[in-house]
Write a protein that binds this ligand. Sequence first.
Ligand code: GCB
Length: 603
Amino acid sequence: MEIATALRTAAIVVSTALLVPAAAPVLPMQNAPSRAGMSLNGSWTTLVDPYNFGYLDYHDQPYPDGGIGANRIPKSKSDHEELGIPNTSPLLNVPGDWNTQRADLMLYEGTLWYKREFDYAPRPGRRLFLWFGAANYQAVAFLNGKKLGEHQGGFTPFQFEVTDVVKEHGNALIVMVNNQRRPEGVPATQTDWWNYGGLTRDVRLLDVPQTFLEDYSIQIQKGAPGRVAGWVRVNGPQSRQTVTVRVPEAGASVQVATDEQGFARFAFPATLTLWEPERPKLYDVVLEAGPDRVADRIGFRTVETAGQRILVNGKPVFLRGVSIHAEAPFRGGRVFSEAEARTLLTWARDLGCNFVRLAHYPHDEAMVRVADEMGLLVWAETPVYWAIQWENPATYASAERQLAEMIARDKNRASVILWSVANETPLGDVRLKFLSSLVAKAHELDSSRLVTAATLTHYTDDRTIAVDDPLGQYLDVLGCNEYIGWYDGTPDKLDRIAWKTPYNKPVVLSEFGAGALAGYHGDDETAWTEEYQANIYRHQVAMFQRIPFLQGTVAWILMDFRSPRRPVPHIQDYFNRKGLYSIRGEKKQAFYILRDFYLSFKQ
Ligand code: GCB
């Protein structure tokens, strides 16, 4: 009996060990997609491993050599090695979720092994990194049988240095990806979106000099427009370096010396045309440190609040917004290409938006880069969603890590004005401590942007809704979600509701909406018809105009998206149908109601 209990306990410990990385990897380098090297996108051989047999032995203990990761090669024709990914194994495309590539993987949640071989001639004096745009949810990477490290969190990039591991021919890269939902994860086990698994974004081998420009932040100097300020960090043996930062078009530049840690701050005058939605001016910015050179496209703008207003470049702006999931238009599955990002953002612009909420996790970097180009303001968000384990320090560590990775990646994007730390989380003291710590972290990592969260509201009487989440005292902007007319009463209820807030801070309605199947018609009291959805939007828009302190509205959602929580046959078929567009790009009637409201701001 005791032995059985001990074994069970051991099994639990080991399973947890599989899922919790020993040490977090360092943050990946800035602007990785622009770096020299080689794309590792394409066809990878794969192996579906629902029992983690490739990582854990029959007593649930991790193989000391990494199991499948060790890349054991059969030694003779009678060697019946099972722990391997033969070259004849099924292929999957990278980037890409596995769910939409093979019908039998649509519902799969577990481990899948990826393998790809490559040749690369390392040049003397250079360093090599393996960079992953994202892997959902946990990844363990091996190169030529050596374990490189692990990463947790499905939506942010990570990298491993492989300078001493890469050889000229026949490199074997093996990655274990596991997308099992887990109670201690971020997000946890309930989400209203599909848990797409796999190497969902680009994979690259990055080739940089010994000492390279690892990270930089370049913005307008707070409180001093007309000056550019920031910092730069080099990584490598020559930590003391001269770094040049240039904005050629503005004829502005600066030279700074990095310290022992490779770090330097800088500030210099520059006459700049500011980035704003109507005129999204981007400048080429070039950084040089010894033999290393990085080029970026950066916009300069300020964002701040004044009482209940949001100011961009000192001018009040009303956020005409829509939420977007990283669901690929036309094909479904997780977005991974710039073309798909462009389609979604063009649809948002056609709706009259100046603002998009990238729900509910960091989207592909292409999304914020295209938003920079198109002049769309962005709300970027961590996957702290609904109920997670507020008391669990590992959960907090994961949330903070994912927040830090998002800010690290996107801190030079002018489009991003808001970091959101959470969506619709239940009130309570531990949650308040958790989220206020995340807010503090976001402010510490980036003092130039505003921090928000999508909160829940409550009624103080049957006609009055209060936006008064105690988290509001820490936030710069309060988001709040409401579904009056859909989850909450009938559309006419919207005509009776008044709103109040105790906060002298901007409030944004970060979600509202209703479900409709594109092409399904009826009267405006028939659920799921386009008419019903449009009717709710009509009443919503009328209500918005009666909320004096409102600084923005964010429709839920731009396009229908796949969700396991949406089974209604013939209507939902596992899609959340609140899109203003169908996945085929058809506009529903509600699109035009909201577009007319948004266009009215331009007159
Ligand atoms: C919400 C959630 C969002 C859901 C949406 C819905 O409040 O924030 O993730 O998808 O409602 O459609 O119910």
